[in-house]
Design a protein around this ligand. Structure first.
Ligand code: FAD
Length: 463
């Protein structure tokens, strides 16, 4: 049978893989390839934590392909030239891939598609990462949505989920390409083992993703709506890196939720997946927003000039505000942070310290294993108050009240800031009300004063 390249990207799975399925359905022998080209991602080449995850996820995909008689062959970019060479070497008649939505990647892929087609190849890109393509829903006036609730209502009114499909049991053995690289040679794995604690709780790859859903359904779905805001409980799915790397299809997650039955926990979880969809809708329609305020009224906002010392205190979890420090240390040690705490640390940076959200977004980009241009941009602009459908800038989270409400016994704080563990639970939220324990720090800002300074800055900005 004729060959077709199946170009793997952020779709590192064999089940529910539309590009792979289409290749087989069209009667081609798939030649699975991966091309490493971080410099083609514009200003947002993947960060260190993403690379560490991708390394393991590629190894998992390679093993899964090998178990089916196939083989993942890995190359370094530039992508177009590499694909052209591979098409020639394998005499492939077609190239299939699943879509990505980051602006730099979208335009690169469009160029690649045109060039390959011009040379006579059949080229297909498929929908694999989302429940709804970003351009599939629009307002009555034909514009993109800017507010989540009507966006989501419109999605729910028209979505058609694909059926789940299992990974092929067997795949043809592809031509072996002499110049394929070892995954280890891509330089994705850290040279020093700063990521060693990550893998105590994460298993990158399709099997890890499916196990994560199973364990979420068995242990945390019940009560999810109530518990999802509690960082002290294992109350959420932790699926975000698996979804980002395409190790599981979002529609499989929805179908698995549906198989358990209707209910408010199921609806709350699907709604969170809806925020991920909305983030991609916004990124597609407003591609400048990773680097610029969605709301241009903030373009002249008097952000403070951050000192290296301030930024480092925030990054390392040494601000003296326990819930902020707990979150930043969780991020450093695990590559992930609970959503509620992401909001708290982002509010502290952009409001109490009045540091531009871009500084925070960049740090998250480098340290999160789920770093995702769409969701990270939405999250930061939402908290900073500069975004579409954002929390207004004047709504400044009080990190002590937030901690009291969502980490009532201070267990989460004690886990990540062990200096505070000996304190009574109520004191862990604000240790400065007594003697701050040795090894911990005094708050780097006064919460009330810095809140007032943020509101004054907002007034100066004319809002
Ligand atoms: P669950 O509560 O189990 O939710 C299920 C899935 O829904 C998640 O895996 C995720 O894919 C999606 N989801 C949930 N909440 C959101 C949300 N608010 N926005 C978009 N998708 C959501 N998420 C990322 O995947 N990558 C990022 O880079 C990212 N950066 C963020 C930055 C900030 C400042 C904030 C406030 C949020 C950010 N989020 C990001 C969203 C959210 O924090 C994570 O998706 C969530 O914490 C992942 O945990 P979970 O898988 O256990 O979520």
């Amino acid at each position: 049978m004729p060959n077709a390249l199946v170009w793997f990207r952020n779709d590192l799975r064999l089940a529910d893989n539309p590009a792979l399925q289409a290749t087989l359905r069209a009667g081609f022998d798939p030649v699975p390839v991966y091309i490493h080209a971080p410099d083609e991602e514009g200003d947002w080449a993947p960060g260190a934590a993403s690379d560490a995850w991708r390394h393991r996820s590629l190894l998992a995909l390679a093993a899964d392909l090998r178990a089916r008689g196939s083989r993942l062959q890995v190359f370094a970019g530039p992508t177009l030239a590499t694909l052209q060479r591979l098409v020639a070497q394998t005499q492939a008649e077609a190239v299939f891939w699943n879509r990505r939505y980051e602006p730099a990647i979208e335009s690169r892929d469009a160029t690649i598609k045109r060039a390959l087609r011009a040379a006579g190849a059949r080229v297909e890109s498929h929908a694999a990462a989302l429940l709804v393509e970003p351009w599939q829903v629009q307002t009555r006036t034909g514009d993109p949505y800017r507010v989540f609730t009507p966006y989501w209502r419109s999605v729910l009114g028209q979505w058609r989920l694909p059926p789940s499909s299992e990974a092929p049991a067997q795949l043809p053995s592809p031509l072996v390409l002499a110049d394929a690289l070892a995954i280890d040679s891509l330089g994705l794995a850290p040279t020093r083992d700063w990521d060693r604690d990550f893998w105590k709780q994460w298993t990158p790859g399709e099997h890890g993703a499916q196990a994560a859903v199973q364990s979420f359904l068995a242990q945390a779905l019940d009560g999810y709506r109530e518990r999802r805001d509690r960082p002290d409980l294992a109350g959420t799915s932790r699926l975000s890196p698996h979804l980002h790397f395409g190790e599981i299809a979002p529609w499989r997650v929805v179908r698995m939720l549906d198989a358990i039955g209707a209910g408010e926990d199921r609806d709350a979880c699907v709604r969170e997946l809806g925020w991920r969809e909305f983030a991609h809708h916004l990124l597609h329609h407003f591609p400048h927003t990773p680097g610029a305020n969605f709301n241009p009224r903030f373009d002249g906002f008097p952000w403070a000039e951050p000192s290296a010392q301030q930024l480092q205190a925030w990054q390392r979890g040494r601000t003296g505000i326990p819930i902020v420090d707990a979150g930043m240390r969780e991020l450093w040690h695990t590559g992930w942070m609970h959503n509620r705490v992401r909001m708290i640390v982002a509010s502290f940076l952009t409001k109490n310290l009045r540091i531009h959200w871009q500084h925070g977004a960049r740090w998250f980009w480098d340290t999160l294993v789920d770093a995702d241009l769409a969701s990270n941009t939405l999250g930061w602009q939402w908290v900073a108050g500069t975004g579409a459908d954002a929390a207004p800038y004047y709504r400044v989270f009080n990190p002590v009240l937030q901690a009291q409400k969502f980490d009532p016994r201070g267990d989460y704080i004690a886990r990540w800031v062990p200096e505070l563990a000996p304190l009574a639970p109520a004191q862990r939220h604000q240790p400065w009300t007594g003697a701050v324990p040795r090894g911990y720090v005094e708050p780097m800002v006064d919460l009330a004063e810095s809140r007032k300074a943020a509101l004054d800055a907002l007034a100066r900005n004319g809002r």
